[in-house]
Design a protein around this ligand. Structure first.
Ligand SMILES: [Zn+2]
Length: 281
């Protein structure tokens, strides 16, 4: 595997979405300590670890609490069930989510997610995905936490559900973040109107991707967060390497280029946005 390059400037970054517990790291012989050491040397001082099932919710929470502050990196977690895993959602899962959300302040749980719809892989039946998404939307409102939305090839149904919650007043004024935003300009504008933040990651830097830079250009600065979605979607110039939070500066630098600001300015703004979105002091 080729050697990645690293950011060496003085800006600080918040990777708002990195699955650092993923089996791919273990398989590649990369420890959590190494990941956090590389965060530190690349200026990544905040990382949110999102969940995709009950099992990874427990792991994300444990990891965020066990390693928080290691190498000066602040860690946070989310709990929730991804559309891929919707078929595993039971009454017991909901009981677990409720107990985790009740205890969230002491456990560094900042959000409910990833939740949403994925009609690209269709790993759970679509009707089940919609049902589980709605159940968790209700929980997010009940516990007053932002959601981490995962939407792929399901924009129509996803917006239908969100619109309904929005119109019925069952959504927070800041509903959450559309992570790895891949929808159309039109859909992204509707999400922004509902109060969502948009999360950008590796695909923003891909040379053949014209749509995402246009979406980013048309998103107000105060609604943008950056993320890696590690271990997937490695940004340029490190495409082909396993993705780690230490690569988030390259997403930030592309964003800065699109918006016509310096990387330091883009880092500061997206850091503040991440803190606001997740309610971090
Ligand atoms: Zn993810």
């Amino acid at each position: 595997m080729r050697e990645p390059v690293y950011y060496s400037g003085s800006a600080e970054f918040f990777d708002t979405h990195a699955h650092i517990y993923d089996w791919k790291f273990k398989a590649a012989g990369i420890s959590t300590e190494e990941i956090l050491q590389r965060c530190k040397s690349s200026g990544v001082t905040g990382v949110l670890i999102p969940a995709d099932s009950e099992e990874t919710s427990r792991i994300a929470v444990e990891m965020a609490n066990k390693h928080d502050g290691y190498e000066g990196v602040a860690l946070y977690a989310s709990v929730g069930v991804h559309p891929h895993e919707a078929k595993t959602y039971t009454e017991d899962t909901e009981k677990y989510l409720r107990s985790a959300l009740e205890a969230r302040t002491g456990l560094k749980i900042m959000a409910l997610g990833e939740i949403g719809l994925d009609y690209y892989y269709d790993l759970s039946e679509r009707s089940v995905q919609r049902d589980v998404f709605e159940r968790q939307m209700k929980l997010a409102y009940e516990y007053d936490v932002p959601i981490i939305l995962h939407e792929r090839e399901a924009t129509g149904d996803c917006l239908d559900i969100l619109r309904r919650f929005y119109k019925e007043g069952r959504m927070r004024s800041v509903p959450g973040v559309c992570h790895c935003c891949s929808c159309s300009l039109e859909a992204s504008q509707e999400l922004l109107k509902m109060g969502f933040y948009l999360g950008f990651d590796g695909p923003l830097t891909f040379k053949n991707n014209k749509k995402t830079p246009e979406v980013a250009l048309n998103t107000p600065w105060d609604r943008i967060v950056i993320e890696t979605d590690s271990p997937y979607l490695t940004p340029e110039p490190n495409r082909g390497c396993i993705n780690e939070p230490c690569h988030v500066p390259f997403v930030c630098s592309k964003l800065a280029e699109i918006k016509g600001v310096t990387i330091d300015e883009a880092a500061q703004i997206t850091y503040d946005n991440g803190k606001k979105l997740y309610g971090v002091d």
